[in-house]
Write a protein that binds this ligand. Structure first.
Ligand SMILES: [Zn+2]
Ligand SMILES: [Zn+2]
Length: 273
């Protein structure tokens, strides 16, 4: 962290000196929301809890809703869009999503002050952030993951995907902070209570990544610049934090990469790059 005297001396809050921060406000099948910030500017990636609960969790971490510039949406599933309409209207926020996702989500979101369609593969700016959406394989109309970069720091987010394709690896491999899915333990899913068709859906190319998949992905894409890995979208039925950590940690060994698990029921700490 910058010493306080630095502020006092220059009064400088220029964006090139600000940290890129990430806070997992919620992660899992009951709601997903990630806060990405830099100084007094921030965005939400997905808003899948109620607007009220997202504001409450932001407040807990001293994150001001007034600083939000936009909401960026990965896909139309309810656990990613539940609070989008309410927050967009309350804080007059533009909502960035692909056109196909917008068509699929519009009735659930209600009126949006400003809809900004993006195309997967084409980057766009919400200053000071550069956002690059990329296609992922999941059972939604046009699901994407994102990289978010600023001043040479890069975050990668991919939490609803059935398979880590070559394209996904391409986007995630240069990131300094990764939020990746570790949805289920293969054994727990297999022996668990879900009906067979649902187990099949989760395991399919359009479903969710297992702990084992996350471990294999990380093994392939980790690099010396990778500082932190957050495991997300854990199933409350077919996984545990300790099982996910144990499996995925095999990829990184005793190296210097921090690894943590995002929770469904409460926000995580603010991570800085
Ligand atoms: Zn989801
Ligand atoms: Zn989904």
């Amino acid at each position: 962290m910058r010493p306080r005297t630095d502020f006092a001396k220059t009064g400088d809050s220029s964006e090139d000196r600000e940290d890129l921060t990430l806070c997992m406000l919620a992660s899992g099948s009951k709601g997903n929301c990630i806060h990405v910030g830099s100084g007094i500017r921030s965005i939400l990636v997905d808003a899948g809890l109620s607007g009220r609960e997202i504001e409450r969790r932001m407040g807990e971490r001293s994150l001001a809703p007034d600083h939000l510039q936009a909401i960026v949406v990965s896909h139309e599933h309810a656990d990613h869009i539940r609070g989008v309409g309410v927050l967009a209207r309350r804080f007059n926020l533009p909502v960035f999503m692909s056109s196909e996702t917008a068509n699929a989500a519009l009735s659930a979101m209600g009126k949006i002050p400003r809809l900004c369609p993006f195309q997967p593969g084409i980057p766009f700016d919400i200053p000071p952030f550069r956002i690059h959406p990329f296609n992922v394989s999941h059972d939604a109309v046009d699901p994407v993951g994102f990289t978010i970069s600023m001043n040479g720091s890069q975050i990668g987010i991919a939490t609803d995907l059935g398979v880590a394709t070559g394209l996904v690896k391409q986007y995630l491999k240069a990131c300094h902070l990764l939020v990746i899915e570790a949805n289920h333990d293969v054994e727990m899913l297999h022996n668990g209570p879900y009906p067979w068709p649902l187990k099949q859906r989760i395991k399919s190319r359009n479903g969710h990544l297992s702990n084992e998949d996350a471990e294999a992905l990380l093994r392939e894409i980790m690099h010396p610049g990778l500082k932190h890995v957050v495991l997300g979208h854990l199933s409350e039925t077919n996984n545990t934090s300790s099982q996910a950590l144990k499996t995925v940690k095999q990829a990184i060994g005793e190296g210097g990469i921090a690894i943590s698990v995002a929770r469904q029921d409460r926000s995580g700490p603010i991570l800085k790059l």
